[in-house]
Design a protein around this ligand. Structure first.
Ligand code: SF4
Ligand code: SF4
Length: 399
């Protein structure tokens, strides 16, 4: 039994923390913000890493995901920090480009992870190396084989392996080949994620979002995706396409565009701010900005985003900030100590309140990761997750 007016806006525990060790990377993928000259280079302050590990234990964290906007395996001693997390008893998952030759210690640490997500857009070696500049397809596949071999040698189950591809006109019609090659390498799960388009990178291969493809190319892409889906199903693997990409495949003509404002000071451009919005692509290739959904409750039927992340997760960025999901960046500075206080600070409470009432923030409104759901149904689900009676729970108890 719980007390009346249980607060749905504050949390006492979380299941998962994502740690971004760095925003630097060894590759220069053509679509990625990290490759732009204005991209800020940050590294997580690892001096308080042990404190953070204790904070996460206190909050009941079960899973630590190592990922973010950069590549962890270029951080000095990264595999020692990974080993610390494993020794502390967390289930660790990591997102990596697996593009660097690895030491035996690094391969063993990776082999002890519960899950590895590798970013790989295509298994066509020439296209891989054109899109993921600086990467070697042979090194990538050799690392996967070594991780699996390490597990075989020690009689352990290998990590659950996920491949992620960013949806674009260059790779989407080859997605069946991508899945077939992944199945041969023992990959368990394939996912196609959204492409946020920046201005083209000079000198790099040009790639475009699925929403900008011609009708004929979209028909080819749908056939490749259906074949990929069938191949994965037949092999007992997962295959997932983000809803917004699925809609683009079926002719939504929508693309996600990010425009960046820069200060042109001394020598190099400096990031000032960015804006992400939806564009509609016309048959002649021209585009216009889609109308923004109005702020506040979105539909008369009272809908909200079906997202529990602000109640279940935290993201610790290499900027030494903490946020509830990958869509939010600098909302609360964080030095490794008192994670619980950071997660219950005003910016987090406001995001939870927005989701519970349908008064979504601009970022939640735009977010392509979750579909809309009835507010009352959502509130009941949040209460259920927190283990409270939804009739006794109030979403707005702030005083
Ligand atoms: S490997 Fe990942 S972080 Fe690095 S440039 Fe490519 S997409 Fe960006
Ligand atoms: S931006 Fe998206 S993932 Fe983040 S809290 Fe909002 S709905 Fe959830």
């Amino acid at each position: 039994m719980t007390s009346p007016h249980h607060d749905l806006l504050h949390i006492r525990s979380i299941g998962k923390v994502t740690l971004e060790f760095t925003t630097r990377c060894n590759l220069k993928c053509t679509y990625c913000a990290v490759t732009r000259p204005w991209h800020r280079k940050n590294d997580l302050d690892l001096a308080s890493f042990d404190v953070l590990v204790e904070e996460m234990k206190t909050l009941g964290v079960r899973t630590v995901q190592i990922s973010g906007g950069g590549e962890t395996t270029i951080v000095r001693g990264w595999d020692l920090y990974l080993a610390k997390l494993l020794d502390a008893g967390f289930q660790v998952s990591i997102i990596s480009n697996l593009a660097k030759p690895m030491t035996d210690h690094a391969i063993r640490a990776l082999s002890l992870c519960g899950e590895i997500t590798a970013s790989i857009d295509t298994t066509d070696p020439a296209l891989y190396e054109a899109i993921r500049k600086g990467g070697s397809f042979d090194t990538f596949t050799a690392n996967i084989r070594r991780i699996r071999a390490q597990c075989d040698q020690e009689g352990r189950k290998p990590p659950y392996m996920i491949w992620n591809a960013v949806a674009s006109d260059r790779i989407i019609t080859l997605v069946d080949q991508w899945v077939a090659s992944g199945i041969a390498l023992g990959i368990d799960h394939f996912q196609i994620s959204e492409f946020f388009q920046y201005d083209d990178l000079p000198g790099a291969i040009s790639i475009n979002p699925v929403g900008s493809m011609s009708d004929e190319d979209l028909a080819r892409a749908r056939r490749a995706v259906e074949r990929a889906r069938w191949l994965a199903k037949d092999a007992g693997k997962w295959f997932a396409v983000l809803p917004s990409v699925e809609e683009a495949l079926h002719g939504s003509r929508k693309v996600m565009r990010t425009e960046v404002e820069l200060d042109h000071g001394e020598g190099r451009p400096v990031f000032r701010k960015s804006r992400t919005f939806v564009q509609i692509v016309h048959a002649d290739g021209s585009r216009h900005e889609a109308p923004q959904p109005p702020p506040g409750p979105m539909l008369p039927g009272k809908k909200t985003k079906n997202c529990f992340m602000p109640w279940t997760e935290a993201f610790v960025w290499a900027t030494n900030d903490v946020a509830p999901c990958c869509m939010y960046k600098r909302i609360r500075p964080f030095n490794g100590a008192d994670l619980a206080a950071a997660l219950n600070s005003p910016p987090f409470v406001e995001i939870r309140e927005g989701l519970l009432t349908g008064n979504l923030s601009h970022t939640c409104n735009l977010c392509p990761m979750f579909e809309m759901v009835d507010i009352e149904e959502f509130r009941r689900s949040v209460a259920e997750r927190l283990g409270v009676d939804s009739l006794l729970a109030t979403p707005v108890p702030r005083s």
